[in-house]
Design a protein around this ligand. Structure first.
Ligand SMILES: Nc1ncnc2c1ncn2[C@@H]1O[C@H](COP(=O)(O)OP(=O)(O)OP(=O)(O)O)[C@@H](O)[C@H]1O
Length: 595
């Protein structure tokens, strides 16, 4: 009920369109109620004229007048129905527009901990189908309710006041058809929700298949994938059959009860006409009214369903819109001001979703000053990426503090923090647009020369120039037309377009060969002078030049120091070094001593 009230209140934010839609409905219904009366009146007048022996001109006149009146009423009714539909739809579309923006904005702001658990397919379903359910509420539920209440209510009063017995007979099919249609629609709705679930499973199977099409082909898994799809598809087909079954059986029952009531009206009404208790015109009016009432009464079910549908869709949609955002600006947060550019981790601990008994990071402390390079190395799953994700507040620390120039990252505005901290992600995600747009993603108005300089530093410029449409080349979905290494270099160029105070390379050169990586590092030397650089890598050649190397194991720093200091310690780092470098072979690039 709260959801319905909330949607109604949203509709009322467009008062004049709502007023025109409801006003037009009222006029259209009034005109519709005139039609049976006009027909009855025409029949009676014509009959009186024939009975009085003045057939010819008077009967003609009566017929012409009623035909013209009928035409005028029908045209007017059509025009008001048009206005009703137009404005009711307009209200719905305005609401859909507002909700779509609010929904998209909310999804943009919801924190990573939410997105870690939500399925993107489900979020798209809420944003499309549930939003559509709320959009339809005004025209299919509210306006239809006004129309049906008016039509059936006023019509019933008119008929009963004309002839009690015939009136009750005429309306006798209304409760049955109204009930059957509501039950049917609610049953259909139930199966519709099931069908939605099954279709979204089907969507997920398809989405996953398309996303992993290379894996499917490489494993020759098409038959298995077909089987999976067929299984999900058959379930949907079974439900679709059930729905047709429910609909057909109920349509027949409703049509039968209507025709049965009509036969009764004709029989008893006919007897009344013969007995002189009522006129042929009145009987015609009753029968015409039944015809007019048939469709709206069947729509009672649609209306009941529309209320239920709007309520379910609305509660899902509002459930998401009302979610509290875990990571947002603290009250009174100030813009981050960077002068020295010193990053500090002070006794930082972290656990995903606040699950304290599964800590991912424990008591991490280190400091990095402007111009320094910090490297993080350690076994897979030891918490390296997690450390990087805490700096721009993708997640909040569960203990300790992270500061940038002594300002706690939780106390500055998110917008300024994220401009100051750039992360080149492990997963090189590209948008399906041109190379130029991808590089300039963080600064869409950047001049061409800057885009080219960033691409040059990322060792991609020459490759791009060799493409037929150079920087205007479209990279395909997720950058599918580029190699893994090219994608990574493009994401490096994209980040170099920004001027962050802290830049994190999260295993972002893993797909780039060592020689190209070295050239990128040389090109970046000037860039690195003005900021803190954090390198996360498994390949020691990517990080051994760092000023400070942190070796992480099980979320703790177990060793720290420069490359030489760590080798001298003869601990975990040295063991990893020995694995990667054959004894006697020195990997440290001779021309590079530092960052
Ligand atoms: N979003 C998440 N929700 C819950 N647990 C997570 C999430 N991301 C990572 N983890 C867990 O946290 C631990 C550390 O993950 P993290 O990605 O930081 O490791 P890593 O050292 O960067 O690994 P790799 O070298 O393989 O990239 C892992 O055990 C992982 O399963």
């Amino acid at each position: 009920m709260n959801t319905i009230l909330r949607i109604t209140r949203m509709n009322l934010r467009h008062p004049w369109q709502v007023a025109v839609a409801i006003g037009s409905t009222l006029v259209a219904v009034t005109l519709q109620l005139l039609i049976p009366q006009l027909i009855g009146w025409a029949v009676d007048h014509t009959q009186t004229a024939i009975g009085g022996g003045i057939a010819g001109a008077a009967a003609d006149e009566a017929l012409r007048t009623s035909a013209l009146l009928l035409l005028a009423v029908s045209v007017l009714r059509g025009l008001f129905t048009l206005a009703q539909n137009y404005f009711a739809e307009a209200v719905g579309h305005h609401i859909a527009y507002e909700l779509r923006l609010a929904y998209y904005e909310k999804i943009q702001r919801l924190s990573f901990s939410f997105h870690d658990q939500a399925h993107s397919g489900d979020l798209i379903t809420i944003g499309m189908l549930d939003l559509e359910g709320v959009r339809m509420y005004f025209s299919t539920a509210l306006v239809r309710a006004v129309l049906l209440i008016m039509l059936i209510g006023i019509g019933a009063c008119m008929l009963i006041s004309t002839d009690l017995a015939l009136g009750l007979l005429t309306l006798s099919f209304v409760p049955f058809v109204g009930w059957r249609s509501s039950v049917t629609q609610l049953k259909l709705r139930h199966t519709w929700l099931d069908l939605q679930d099954r279709l979204s499973v089907l969507g997920r199977v398809m989405e996953e298949n398309l996303g992993g099409i290379r894996v499917v082909r490489a494993f020759a898994a098409q038959p298995y994938e077909m089987l999976k799809f067929d299984h999900a598809s058959k379930k949907a087909l079974g439900l679709a059959h059930d729905r047709v079954d429910i609909r057909v059986r109920n349509t027949s029952a409703m049509t039968f009860s209507f025709l049965f009531a009509m036969a009764l009206v004709l029989w008893i009404g006919g007897n009344k006409v013969i007995a002189g208790e009522t006129s042929v015109g009145t009987l015609t009016m009753f029968l015409t009214f039944m015809m007019i009432l048939q469709m709206p009464v069947r729509q009672i079910g649609f209306m009941v369903n529309a209320f239920a549908h709007a309520s379910t869709c609305g509660s899902r949609l509002f459930g998401l819109l009302d979610l509290d955002i875990a990571i947002k600006d603290a009250p009174g947060a100030r813009p981050l001001e960077v002068s020295q550019g010193t990053l500090r981790f002070d006794n930082v601990s972290f656990a995903y979703n606040g699950i304290e008994n599964r800590p991912i990071l424990k008591n991490i402390s280190f400091e990095a000053r402007k111009g320094q390079t910090i490297a993080i190395v350690g076994p897979p799953g030891s918490g390296k990426s997690t450390m990087a994700h805490l700096i721009p507040r993708f997640y909040d620390v569960t203990g300790g503090t992270i500061t940038l120039d002594s300002q706690d990252v939780r106390e500055v505005t998110l917008a300024t923090l994220r401009r100051a901290v750039a992360v080149v992600q492990q997963d090189a995600f590209l948008f399906s647009t041109t190379i130029e747009n991808n590089v300039a993603y963080g600064d869409p108005w950047a001049e061409e020369q800057r885009i080219e300089r960033a691409s040059e530093s990322a060792q991609l410029h020459n490759y791009i120039l060799g493409l037929p449409t150079s920087y205007k080349t479209v990279v395909g979905e997720r950058g599918v037309s580029l190699s893994g290494g090219q994608r990574q270099r493009l994401t490096i160029a994209r980040t170099m377009m920004l001027r962050p105070s802290v830049i994190v390379f999260d295993d972002s050169t893993a797909a780039i060969d060592a020689a190209t990586e070295q050239r990128i590092r040389s090109a970046m030397r000037r860039f690195a002078k003005d900021r803190v650089t954090i390198i996360i890598a498994h390949r020691l050649s990517s990080l051994m030049h760092a000023d400070n190397i942190l070796f992480i194991e099980n979320g703790e720093i177990v060793e720290r120091g420069t490359h030489q200091e760590l080798l001298a310690k003869d601990g975990r780092y040295k063991a990893l070094y020995d694995l990667q470098v054959p004894p006697g072979d020195d990997m440290l690039p001779k021309q590079e001593g530092g960052s």
